[in-house]
Design a protein around this ligand. Structure first.
Ligand code: TLP
Length: 396
């Protein structure tokens, strides 16, 4: 069975950077290779300024805490999110992993949305490494779990049969609901339920700054009552590698130990952190404000797709970040997944690369390097692909 993020064959691998002279100078294309890659916002390439900052970064041994660039990134992340401290980690998955290792004792339980990344896409790290169980709570179309469902999922710590609920997790933005942002009021309400029971709240903010931009709420307000969060630098913020975990000094100390345990203590890693410092600058000098362009492009993509005969399950008004999910309408008697396969083959043949997603959907994410013109090209190609796949009448 194909996974939700099945990657394509070798010919869809990104192309090499073009060399513009026979010497050592390299031209860095803005981000797009030779096809319109909508598989994920993880495919972004670093900006020229990031590359310069990486080349020039001051470094030291970060396991000794000596890397000034990593330290500056961690401080910047803490400042932006209103937390005491930050920790640079290799990935969002590692960020979530060290967070639950820091919050949850062995045999503890994590409450998380049923179709969250933690439960579906982190290789069971909470179970394998933290020794924790997960209690999945369904999330609605706005990405939120009902507060009463969260309350009901909290175990009775006096009952020796039951694991001890030790962490509540939110995913912001929430992927399965097409990237819906969760508000500060909702985050605080969940924190209140968790804290009433002495339980911490961690936010998996792989696309946290998309939520910040979509809601117009400053990062520190959005996390005001959360105990910790992970955010990714390597998605729409366009850094090549890395995420940052933020929280209290005590929590970050435990997360740092956990990072060491999983082999995530890196040495002169300021060369990577330097890109993060560029991304987290204020205003147009950084990459946060720019996410608004991705949101506009995603909305336009959704509007165009929703207007095509053969596309179904897409309400463009719900596209408020960089996430577009939709389905294709099968021909009478055709299996839905066969219709999707046929459409994807035709769309890909026309240079557009989305990805298969849960519930028979197609996922297309906008990101740095996808311009408005790429969206228009992708829409023309989608119309042709639907016709070629026999899912829409051929136009004269
Ligand atoms: N998401 C990736 C894949 O792993 C699915 C993607 O292409 O969307 N939390 C959420 C909500 C995520 O979407 C992701 C990555 C992560 C955590 C993990 O980040 P990484 O890939 O840096 O480990």
């Amino acid at each position: 069975m194909l996974g939700r993020y099945t990657t394509g064959p070798a010919e869809r691998e990104i192309s090499r950077l073009r060399r513009n002279t026979p010497g050592s100078r390299v031209a860095y294309p803005r981000a797009m290779p030779d096809h319109i890659d909508l598989r994920s916002d993880t495919v972004t390439r670093p900006t020229p300024e990031m590359r310069r900052a990486m080349a020039e970064a001051e470094v030291g041994d970060d396991v000794f805490g000596d890397d000034p660039t990593v330290n500056a990134l961690q401080e910047r992340a803490a400042e932006l999110t209103g937390k005491q401290a930050g920790l640079f980690v290799a990935s969002g998955t590692m960020g979530n992993l060290v967070a639950h290792m820091a919050h949850v004792p062995r045999g503890g339980e994590i409450i998380a949305a049923a179709e969250s990344h933690l439960i579906l896409d982190e290789a069971g790290g909470h179970a394998v490494v933290s020794g924790a169980t997960a209690w999945p709570v369904p999330a609605g179309s706005d990405g939120s779990m009902d507060l009463d469902d969260i309350r009901a999922a909290i175990r009775d710590p006096g009952d020796p049969h039951q694991p001890i609920t030790s962490l509540v997790m939110l995913e912001n933005t929430h992927s399965m609901s097409m990237g819906q942002p969760l508000s500060a009021a909702y985050t605080s309400a969940v924190a209140a339920v968790a804290h009433e029971h002495g339980i911490a709240l961690h936010v998996d903010g792989a696309r946290f700054f998309n939520a910040v931009v979509a809601l117009g709420t400053p990062a520190h307000e959005l996390l005001a009552d959360a105990d910790s969060a992970t955010f990714c630098l390597s998605k729409g913020l366009a850094c090549p590698v890395g995420s940052v975990v933020v929280g209290s000094k005590d929590f970050i100390w435990r997360a740092r130990r956990a990072r060491k345990l999983v082999g995530g203590g890196m040495r002169q890693v300021g060369v990577l952190a330097a890109a993060g410092l560029v991304a987290l600058r204020d205003g147009p000098a950084g990459m946060i404000e720019r996410l608004a362009e991705d949101h506009v492009n995603a909305r336009r993509l959704a509007e165009g797709l929703a207007g095509l005969p053969g596309i179904t399950g897409l309400d463009p008004a719900r596209v408020v970040t960089n996430y577009v999910l939709f389905s294709v309408r099968p021909r009478p008697g055709q299996a839905p997944l066969d219709a999707r396969t046929a459409f994807l083959a035709e769309w890909r043949a026309r240079g557009v690369d989305p990805i298969e997603y849960s519930h028979g959907q197609v996922r297309a994410l906008t990101h740095y390097g996808i311009e408005a013109s790429h969206v228009e090209q992708a829409l023309v190609a989608a119309g042709q692909a639907l016709e070629a796949a026999g899912l829409a009448p051929i136009r004269a």
